[in-house]
Write a protein that binds this ligand. Structure first.
Ligand SMILES: [Mg+2]
Length: 408
């Protein structure tokens, strides 16, 4: 069935609230976040500040270096929560299916509302007018036949915009094809350069590549990227004739890696990326697979099937690290490591798993449930600030400059 999805996203929400409550701030470069001497970071910034190169998640000291005339305000989350509730109440008047991504951003499935309220575009106009009139804020809305295209649209039309992406295949392809690959939700500063290096600089380049080639270069998860680049739901597309779906991430090291702790951190990061994508795409998998390539290019894959499907980072990590720890001898050099989550297990699940224990003695079965609060909190932050915005401390190299805690 043809669906109509809206992605509604308040424009620089925290900064807009500060300017709403203090009109003297309007039209000025404004940053919301912690103090620079307390290693604060930018939680939100006005478009005037963005013109000077200020971005969300940037250290406050850097933001004020780039834009010394900016006014800084500490965040007032209670106020933001109150306005967020007001906006979500408005959204709820337009569809029973509102899926919040964070305080200021939501998907709305308005397929069932269109008969009553008119086409998606009319609903988007009405939402924008009511949010402006009742909350005093501008909200940008993208309209499309699936989630990620609606999000691309709202990102493109910001601020105070409305963009409807046609659903006819030719017009949809013409809209998506020229967009830089970084426009694809989930493609961050790590994945973007990797996709570019493989020749996929635009959505069109990735969408047009033969599936076999995409899978060979990007792994099985590459087919989901390809489907998204073509404007198709990643869960439904590229799956015809395939028994099982799989999400995977892998890393090739610039220099062969012997450091066990560093290897564990990378497995942690990859597990986290796989878990986050699984949750974003509503995908659960029963089998965790790891791939290890040695300096001489010999490659092994090892997998373990869980008693029940999961999308929790912790369950993926414990299983993946258990496999890597088991199969990589201490001190051995590793060229590449990968983590995958697969939908189906083998025909006969590995029964032995039920009696195995995870690291630390916890039964693996106990770790294989729903994603926890930490996963959900991290997903919400990433929805706002991008997939690279937050990491578990476990996955950070204590010596790398990246090891900075997110603080508001
Ligand atoms: Mg926003």
């Amino acid at each position: 069935m043809d669906r109509t999805l809206l992605h509604a996203d308040l424009d620089c929400f925290y900064a807009a609230v500060e300017a709403l409550d203090d009109p003297s701030l309007r039209g000025r470069p404004l940053v919301v976040g912690g103090a620079p001497d307390a290693r604060g970071v930018v939680a939100s910034c006005s478009y005037e500040a963005r013109r000077h190169g200020v971005r969300s998640a940037m250290p406050m000291s850097e933001a004020l270096r780039r834009c010394p005339q900016a006014v800084r305000r500490p965040p007032r989350f209670e106020r933001y929560h109150a306005l967020s509730r007001q906006v979500f109440a408005i959204l709820g008047d337009f569809s029973p299916e509102v899926e919040p991504l964070s305080l200021d951003e939501a998907f709305l499935d308005v397929t069932g509302s269109e008969r009553l309220l008119g086409p998606g575009e009319a609903i988007a106009r009405a939402i924008r007018a009511r949010v402006q009139a009742e909350a005093g804020l501008t909200i940008s809305v993208g309209v499309a036949a699936c989630r990620h295209v609606a999000k691309i649209a709202s990102d493109l039309c910001k601020p105070d915009g409305l963009l409807v992406v046609p659903r006819e295949p030719a017009a949809l392809a013409a809209f998506l094809a020229p967009l830089p690959i970084e426009r694809l939700p989930g493609v961050g500063p790590v994945t973007g350069p990797r996709l570019r290096a493989l020749g996929f600089a635009t959505l069109g380049a990735l969408a047009a590549a033969p599936p076999d080639e995409v899978e060979a270069r990007l792994g099985p998860g590459g087919l989901a990227w390809r489907a998204m680049a073509a404007g198709l739901e990643p869960t439904g597309a590229g799956r015809a004739g395939r028994r099982s779906r799989s999400l995977s991430h892998e890393t090739t090291f610039a220099r062969d890696l012997r450091d066990r702790e560093a290897l564990r951190r990378v497995v942690g990061q990859l597990s986290d990326e796989v878990g986050a994508r699984a949750r974003a795409e509503g995908f659960s998998g029963r089998t965790v697979q790891v791939k290890v390539r040695w300096p001489d290019f010999r490659t092994i894959t090892r997998s373990r099937t869980l008693p029940e499907p999961t999308q929790a980072t912790e369950a993926i990590f414990r299983t993946a690290w258990g496999l890597v720890d088991e199969h990589v001898a201490p001190g051995a050099a590793v060229r590449l490591v990968g983590v995958a989550l697969q939908q189906e297990g083998p025909e006969r699940p590995a029964q032995r798993l039920l009696f195995e224990e995870g690291p630390g003695g916890a039964p693996l079965a106990a770790t294989a449930g729903d994603p926890g609060r930490l996963d959900r909190a991290m997903d919400a932050i990433r929805a706002r600030l991008g997939p690279e915005a937050i990491r578990r401390a476990r996955d950070l190299d204590p010596d790398a400059p990246l090891a900075r805690a997110w603080e508001d």
